[in-house]
Design a protein around this ligand. Structure first.
Ligand SMILES: [Zn+2]
Length: 87
């Protein structure tokens, strides 16, 4: 699984690419619309029920999933300094 950086919001989780395409913390669930947003700790959005909206998308836990490497490439995000886990 890919991750970009540690979460600036909780300093514990990792920001991973998610579909709808953006970044999401694997611990606190905060969403960052773009990688640039993730470089500034005050731009986190925590989607909440019932609409789960953030970044003009819907982040319902039932439909939101982590992005694949191919989807990251299609988004033009391949050149970001991703970290890679072996799992
Ligand atoms: Zn977090």
């Amino acid at each position: 699984m890919m991750w970009l950086r540690e979460c600036p919001f909780d300093d514990q989780g990792l920001l991973r690419p998610v579909i709808p395409l953006s970044l999401m913390c694997d611990t606190c669930g905060s969403v960052w619309c773009t990688p640039d947003d993730a470089s500034s700790g005050d731009r986190a959005i925590v989607p909440e029920p019932p609409d789960w909206s953030a970044c003009g998308n819907t982040y319902n836990p039932d439909t939101t999933r982590w992005a694949t490497r191919d989807e990251v490439a299609q988004a033009g995000w391949s050149d970001l300094p991703w970290h890679e886990e072996s799992t």
